[in-house]
Design a protein. Structure first.
Length: 410
């Protein structure tokens, strides 16, 4: 094991430890964590959109299985009948991710280009901690979900809400990381949704995870042990909004150059790919770590780990007896990607530690309606440059995406 893997494992363990800390520790971190964030690191989503001159409205969407998700509609003119486009974030993340770069962000750029921008949130994050009957703080059942449920319930509920509000048969979508996994789950398990998406732009797509390298592969190999530990400690929710653990991350990660070394060089870059030029200190420690991480469930991480270890993009493995009861087979069924008939554009960075080019090529070869596969020209392009990259999104990413969106609008 080498240094960065060791740092990752240690951070995971210390975060687990702190999650179980008592009230005193909790309030201690809450008080100290205010510290060095910039204005954009402190504003909430509607305030950020407003600051950058956009109009914003907020809706609650209820899924078939009772989760209540807050989503946002952002535009230059909310009443204009422009083509709706949904942005769907990745794991441990939220709608903020598409707004953090201010006037070079996804939301701003698409709104300026005249689209009606809708920004989703998945269950469990700070805008998805509500349910018609379950209490996220008391009911473990609330946290019994993985990206499968996000794709099977959250994404279609959000898409149908937008279709209805805007009177559109079909919409455009952009997903990042786990947001792409959710799209592949949805369009392979509920084929009627293929026609409701005109074009799906997949940034740092994740379906297959067969080509991971250290330190990510080391973390994946340690996954089952970590999962057992989490289960033993009865930790189902990871990094909830302003929990002791997430406040500790904010505290440690928002303190200038030391934080940049620990959280950027020690944790983010080893996982996402090394790119300090695209993700400068001021932005990471002053803005990003004001809004990141947002919560996820233990089950989501375990499900990804199963995909790494199994080598197939398959449903959640409950063990053979439960699988038999749930799926009628000993092994969980593989997601049928040849059933994904919607138009898909894949964008991948060659310096991405998680979404590896070989895995994305395999995905592209399986999808029947792949319309575009772009390997980002800039060699240092990593996993989070697709949403956070300084200047480079405007230069390298938006032009081809805007071309594609235009081509598939109406
Ligand atoms: C240590 O990390 C580097 C950078 O991620 C990687 O290239 C190397 O293979 C790792 N070494 C071991 C022994 O895992
Ligand atoms: C800790 O928090 C719980 C629930 O908020 C409260 O009932 C309890 O009194 C607190 N304990 C201390 C020592 O403050
Ligand atoms: C964004 O805002 C900055 C600072 O106000 C300005 O210098 C820059 O030109 C703006 N960029 C765009 C794309 O509007
Ligand atoms: C997150 O927690 C903070 C502090 O407890 C609270 O002010 C904020 O409203 C919470 N956000 C959401 C969306 O629940
Ligand atoms: C996968 O989907 C395709 C297209 O709908 C279908 O022809 C094929 O039979 C499906 N495969 C399985 C294993 O269900």
């Amino acid at each position: 094991m080498n240094l960065s893997s060791a740092i990752i494992l240690l951070s995971v363990l210390s975060i687990l430890h702190i999650s179980k800390a008592d009230n005193d520790t909790d309030s201690f971190f809450t008080t100290v964590s205010e510290a060095t964030l910039s204005e954009d690191g402190k504003l909430d989503f509607p305030q950020l959109a407003t600051k950058y001159g956009l109009s914003v409205e907020q809706y609650d969407v209820t899924t078939e299985d009772g989760y209540i998700l807050t989503i946002f509609h952002v535009a230059k003119d909310l009443n204009a009948t422009n083509t709706p486009i949904l942005l769907f974030h990745g794991i441990i993340d939220s709608c903020y991710t598409f707004m953090l770069r201010g006037n070079t962000s996804w939301v701003y750029t698409l709104a300026e280009a005249g689209y009606g921008v809708w920004v989703g949130n998945n269950r469990g994050n700070l805008y998805g901690r509500k349910h018609v009957t379950l209490n996220p703080d008391k009911d473990e059942e609330f946290w019994e979900y993985s990206f499968h449920d996000i794709g099977y319930y959250d994404l279609p509920a959000t898409i149908d809400f937008i279709r209805e509000k805007t009177n559109s048969d079909s919409i455009l979508t952009v997903g990042h990381s786990q947001g792409t996994t959710a799209h592949f789950v949805l369009t392979s398990t509920r084929p009627e949704y293929n026609d409701r998406i005109k074009l799906f732009v997949a940034l740092a797509p994740i379906a297959y995870l067969n080509n991971l390298e250290p330190p990510v592969s080391i973390a994946a190999a340690a996954g089952p042990a970590i999962a057992v530990l989490l289960k033993t400690l009865n930790i189902n929710e990871l990094l909830e909004n302003h929990s002791a653990a997430s406040d500790l991350v904010t505290l440690l990660c928002s303190k200038g150059v030391v934080s940049y070394l620990a959280c950027g060089f020690g944790t983010l870059f080893p996982l996402a790919g090394f790119d300090p030029a695209g993700l400068e200190e001021e932005f990471l420690t002053g803005v990003v770590f004001g809004h990141y991480p947002s919560a996820t469930s233990r089950k989501s991480l375990v499900h990804y780990d199963q995909i790494v270890l199994r080598g197939e993009f398959a449903q959640y493995d409950y063990g053979s007896i439960q699988n038999m009861a749930k799926y009628g087979s000993v092994s969980p069924p593989v997601y049928n990607l040849t059933a994904v008939t919607t138009n898909v554009a894949l964008f991948v960075g060659s310096n991405d530690g998680v979404s590896k080019l070989k895995d994305v090529e395999r995905l592209g070869n399986t999808l029947p309606n792949l319309v575009h596969l772009e390997v980002m020209e800039l060699e240092r392009w990593n996993h989070v440059d697709f949403v956070w990259g300084k200047d480079i999104m405007s230069e390298y990413l938006y032009p081809p995406v805007l071309d594609l969106l235009k081509q598939y609008s109406n």
